[in-house]
Ligand binder design. Structure first.
Ligand SMILES: [Zn+2]
Length: 137
């Protein structure tokens, strides 16, 4: 189901909690909402549709994939500054991102994964994990 995008900073500043197997329906709503905004959106976090769960969806070149309870366990390289936009607010803002991150998460089948991501994909993941922590760019 396509959901309304939350833009209220008071809601977006709240930290999300870990998702459980029963929360997987939220990922479907995230996917539907992402697809509705695909022309200018490359990722979303569950709190952007009002669900305070650690669920993110990433739409990089390899297509949309879901990560439950993602945690960055290692960053590599020097952080760089870049302009980022966000569906939850107007315009772009400069932010700091690492070029390489190692992330522990549960995949769409709720299997534990540890994977290294680079460059653009790593940037999107960092942005969406910030959302889970109540951080807006
Ligand atoms: Zn955002």
């Amino acid at each position: 189901m396509i959901r309304e995008i939350i833009k209220d900073p008071l809601l977006l500043n709240k930290k999300s909690t870990d998702a459980t197997y029963e929360d997987r329906w939220i990922a479907q709503d995230l996917l539907d909402t992402l697809n509705a905004h695909h022309e200018h959106c490359v990722g979303m976090a569950a709190n952007m549709i009002g669900e305070l769960k650690n669920i993110i969806i990433i739409a990089d070149q390899s297509g949309p994939f879901v990560m439950y309870n993602p945690q960055i366990i290692k960053t590599t390289g020097f952080p760089y500054t870049i302009q980022e936009g966000c569906l939850s607010h107007q315009g772009t803002k400069e932010t700091l991102r690492y070029p390489q991150i190692k992330v522990a998460y549960l995949d769409d089948a709720f299997k534990k994964k540890i994977k290294t991501f680079y460059d653009y994909t790593a940037q999107i993941i960092q942005h969406e994990i910030d959302h889970c922590n109540g951080i807006l760019i």
